[in-house]
Design a protein around this ligand. Structure first.
Ligand code: UD2
Ligand code: MN
Length: 351
């Protein structure tokens, strides 16, 4: 009986392999069609490929000639549509050492700064990553993100902002600090606030800013690639410097997990702005699997804080931000900013 079944199985698998081989050309056709469709979608959705020139390009740049600020070389302005995009790409979720990653990116300057070599970028973008004890996530992120940012021809910098122990984690306050510290280095126009565990899967999801603040992590594998609720604004978002100023940045009061992203979403709407989103096929991410961190437990007060957001919005944010910088290092692949955040009753910290 056992023998019989095994023989039967062997025959069955031979048949399946044969069927698969016969189907191969058809499968390839289906995959190619899918890619073409994606490219088509991108064309129909200007968010992914074209940005609002009014925000990003000064008039003098429109002449297609520009001077790059490094050695005063005159180069052409990069094309509006970056020519080397590939759409959906293979995401590699294995961490790799920073040194290995660096070897593949010889043109990245200390602090994770990069400019395209042969044209002047249209976008000066700072990527702000809130961080604590997630080194393997950071390695996976950089490994997948850096090649994509280069293909997108951005003039970018990466800021990893870590919060000192033992204070309960506060993601939003780290976003505010990243924004402020990045502006001390360079005249960034656009800020991508980026969870360390969100790994992009499609380079048509351009890391630049537009007229409206945008939610870039539209579909995440953890949520079965669906938006969890209409006002979701977690994971990865893009705001211009003007947007950040208009909404007074993020609230500083959300210690622990939850609702700080909803607070920002409401600030945006309270200030007469709207959130834009591209198609789910393009705003795709894998989230590195993880448990809730011990020092980032659910914030019990989050619903109340969110209820009172409107009355606090003008006084709680960039204009009330307090922190001490403990370390500021221009590491090969990112600027590392280590900070202490004062908590109530703590009088030692000031800024
Ligand atoms: C959701 C949101 C996230 C944020 C969070 C609530 C989505 C897709 N994601 O993610 O954007 O709003 O809920 O706070 O909606 N971190 C550390 N070390 C820690 C804790 C947090 O580095 O110990 C950073 C890290 O960048 C991480 C981010 O904070 O990705 C968000 O924390 P999370 O990943 O634990 O939260 P999660 O996955 O529930
Ligand atoms: Mn996460």
């Amino acid at each position: 009986m056992g023998q019989c079944r095994r023989l039967h199985n062997i025959r069955k698998s031979t048949v399946s392999i044969l069927v698969l081989i016969l189907l191969l050309p058809y499968l390839r056709h289906v995959i190619n069609e899918g890619r073409a469709k994606l490219a088509g979608i991108a064309k129909d959705h200007p968010r992914q490929l074209v940005t609002a020139p009014a925000i990003h390009v000064k008039h003098s740049f429109e002449k297609e000639q520009a001077t790059r600020n490094d050695n005063n070389v005159t180069v052409n302005l990069c094309p509006i549509v970056p020519p080397n995009l590939i759409g959906a790409f293979f995401v590699n979720m294995e961490p790799e050492s920073f040194e290995e990653i660096q070897k593949r990116h010889p043109y990245i300057k200390p602090g994770g700064r990069f400019q395209p070599l042969d044209c002047k970028s249209r976008h000066r973008v700072a990527i702000i990553v809130p961080f604590r004890d997630r080194e393997s996530h950071l390695k996976i992120l950089l490994k997948n993100l850096l090649p994509m940012l280069e293909r997108q021809q951005l003039d970018y910098g990466i800021y990893v902002v870590e919060m000192a122990m033992p204070t309960t984690f506060n993601r939003a306050v780290l976003m505010n600090i990243g924004y402020k510290e990045a502006l001390k280095d360079y005249d960034f126009q656009c800020f991508i606030f980026h969870d360390v565990d969100h790994i992009p899967e499609n380079d048509l999801n351009l890391y630049n800013c537009q007229r409206s603040p945008s939610h870039l992590a539209v579909s995440v594998d953890k949520n079965n690639y669906k938006l969890p609720y209409p006002g979701a604004f977690g994971g990865v978002v893009a705001l211009t410097k003007e947007h950040v100023i208009k909404v007074n940045g993020w609230s500083n009061m959300y210690f622990g997990w939850g609702c700080e992203d909803d607070d920002l979403y409401q600030r945006i709407h309270q200030n007469g702005l709207k959130v834009s989103r591209g198609p789910a096929e393009i705003g795709r991410y894998k989230m590195v699997k993880h448990l809730r961190d011990k020092t980032n437990q659910k914030n019990k007060d989050r619903a109340n804080l969110l209820k009172g957001m409107k009355t606090r919005m003008r006084s709680d944010g960039l204009n009330s931000l307090k922190y001490d910088v403990l370390k500021r290092e221009y590491r090969p692949l990112f600027a590392y900013i280590f900070v202490r955040i004062p908590v109530e009753g703590d009088t030692k910290s000031h800024h």
